[in-house]
Design a protein around this ligand. Structure first.
Ligand code: NDP
Ligand code: MG
Length: 383
C-alpha cells in the first residue's frame, strides 16, 4: 500500500514510520510532509525514499530541492501541494497527522478523494465533523481512527444500534492530583511532561487541561454518530484501558494495551488484518492496579466548555478549537498563565456567536474570527 504521511516529522509521524518500516512487504512511503523542519524531513527521505516531500511552511528553495532530488524525492513547497499529493492516483492511504486546524484542508482533500484515511488530526473532526463524515460517505473513503480512544471504541464496536454509552478514558495528565491553587503557576515544561505518553507539545498541553478529552468527545460524537449525552469521560491514570463501549444488555467491552501509539497506528494501517506494531506486550500481573475516577470540573474547566460547544452546535466547536489553539500557543510562549487557557476559550465562546455549519469556507471564517477574539482576550488576561 502506498502511504502519504502528513506531519511526518511529528510524534505520530515518527511512530507511523516505525510501524511501516517493520513491514516493507506491505507498505511503501509515497509522500512525507513537514511544515518547516527541512533537515528532519530530508533525513526521513534518505531512509524511506518517498516520491514526494512537502515543506508546507517554506517558500521555493532551489538548494533544498536539489538536496531532496539527490535521494530521488521531488520536493514541493507551500500548503497547496499537501492536497495535490493526497489526491494523486499513486497515493492509496493517508496518515493525517498534522497538528491543529492547519490539517483540516488536506485531511478533507484525502477524504474527498476517497482514500483510506488514518485520522490522527482530531482538530479536523472537531471543526468540521459533519462535513468530513458526509464527504467520507459520498466518496466512500475508509476513515480509520488513530486517536487511541477512538481506535479502542472502533475495535469494541459490534452492534452500533445497541450501544448505550461510550466511555472515553483520560489519564488526567500531569496535574491530576496537584493542589488546585498551584495550577496558576504551572510552567510550559511541567505541562508538556505527560506521565504516560510522549507527544507533540500542543496535544501535551491539551492533555494537561483535559481539553484533549473535550476535543475527543466531539470527535467521537461525529465518528460514531452518538449523541453527546451518551459519551462519558472517566479518568484512568494508568492509560492501559484505552476506552470502553457499553451495550444495552449491560456488557462493557474495552480495549487494552501498553500506552504506545504504534498499537492504534498498526491497527488503522492493517485493518481488517492485524500486524506487529513493536509495542511491548501487556503484563497484567505486573500491574499493581487499574483505577478509575470521575473528572473534577473545577480542575478541568475545559471539559465542560467542550460539551457546551457540542451542545451549541454549528460552528461552536470550531470556535472552541481555534480559541484553544491560540491560548495554548500563548501559554507555551509564556504570555498566558495555565489557568488563562480555559478563561480565554470561555470568553471567546461568549464573544463570538456560533453559526450554522455549512461548508469549509464558513468553518474557516469562524476559525479566523475566533482566533482574532482569542488573541484580544490573551492580551487582556496578560495585562
Ligand atoms: P507534533 O507537533 O509532534 O507534529 C506535528 C506535525 O505537523 C509535524 O510534522 C509538523 O511539521 C507538522 N505541522 C505543524 N504545523 C503545521 C502547519 N501549520 N501546517 C502543516 N504541517 C504542520 O504533533 P503530534 O504528532 O503529537 O500530533 C499530530 C496530530 O495527531 C494532532 O492533531 C494530535 O492531536 C493528534 N494525536 C496525537 C497523538 C500523539 O500521541 N502524539 C495521539 C492522538 C492524536 P514541523 O516538524 O515542520 O513543525
Ligand atoms: Mg487520545
Amino acid at each position: 500500500m502506498n502511504l502519504a504521511i502528513l506531519g511526518a516529522t511529528g510524534s505520530i509521524g515518527s511512530s507511523t514510520l516505525d510501524v511501516v518500516a517493520r513491514h516493507p512487504d506491505r507498505y511503501r512511503v509515497f509522500a512525507l510532509t513537514a511544515h518547516r523542519s527541512a533537515d528532519a524531513l530530508l533525513a526521513l527521505c534518505r531512509t524511506h525514499h518517498p516520491r514526494y516531500a512537502v515543506l508546507s511552511g517554506l517558500a521555493e528553495d532551489a538548494g533544498l530541492r536539489a538536496s531532496f532530488a539527490a535521494h530521488g524525492t521531488q520536493l514541493l513547497f507551500g500548503m497547496r501541494p499537501l492536497e495535490h499529493v493526497v489526491r494523486d492516483a499513486g497515493c492509496e492511504a493517508v496518515m493525517a497527522a498534522i497538528v491543529g486546524a492547519a490539517g483540516l484542508a488536506s485531511t478533507l482533500a484525502a477524504v474527498r478523494a476517497g482514500k483510506r484515511v488514518l485520522l490522527a488530526n482530531k482538530e479536523a473532526m472537531v471543526m468540521a465533523g459533519p462535513v468530513v463524515m458526509r464527504a467520507a460517505r459520498e466518496a466512500r473513503a475508509c476513515l480509520l481512527p488513530v486517536d487511541s480512544e477512538h481506535n479502542a471504541v472502533f475495535q469494541c464496536l459490534s452492534d452500533a444500534a445497541a450501544v448505550r454509552r461510550i466511555l472515553l478514558t483520560a489519564s488526567g495528565g500531569p496535574f491530576r492530583a496537584a493542589p488546585l491553587e498551584s495550577l496558576v503557576s504551572v510552567t510550559p515544561a511541567q505541562a508538556v511532561s505527560h506521565p504516560n505518553w510522549v507527544m507533540g507539545r500542543k496535544i501535551s498541553v491539551d492533555s494537561a487541561t483535559m481539553m484533549n478529552k473535550g476535543l475527543e468527545v466531539i470527535e467521537a460524537r461525529w465518528l460514531f454518530d452518538v449523541p453527546a449525552k451518551a459519551i462519558e469521560v472517566v479518568i484512568h491514570p494508568q492509560s492501559v484501558v484505552h476506552s470502553l463501549v457499553e451495550y444495552v444488555d449491560g456488557s462493557v467491552i474495552a480495549q487494552l494495551s501498553n500506552p504506545d501509539m504504534r498499537v492504534p497506528i498498526a491497527h488503522a494501517l492493517a485493518h481488517p488484518e492485524r500486524i506487529a506494531s513493536g509495542a511491548r506486550p501487556l503484563d497484567l500481573a505486573a500491574m499493581k492496579n487499574l483505577s478509575f475516577e470521575a473528572p473534577d470540573e473545577r480542575r478541568f474547566p475545559c471539559l465542560p466548555l467542550a460539551y457546551a460547544a457540542l451542545e451549541a452546535g454549528g460552528t461552536a466547536p470550531a470556535l472552541l478549537n481555534a480559541a484553544n489553539e491560540v491560548a495554548v500557543e500563548a501559554f507555551l510562549a509564556g504570555r498566558l498563565p495555565f489557568t488563562g487557557i480555559a478563561q480565554v476559550i470561555a470568553d471567546t465562546l461568549d464573544a463570538v456567536p456560533s453559526r450554522a455549519l455549512e461548508d469549509l469556507d464558513g468553518i474557516l471564517a469562524a476559525d479566523e474570527q475566533a482566533r482574532r477574539a482569542a488573541g484580544e482576550r490573551v492580551m487582556a488576561v496578560a495585562a
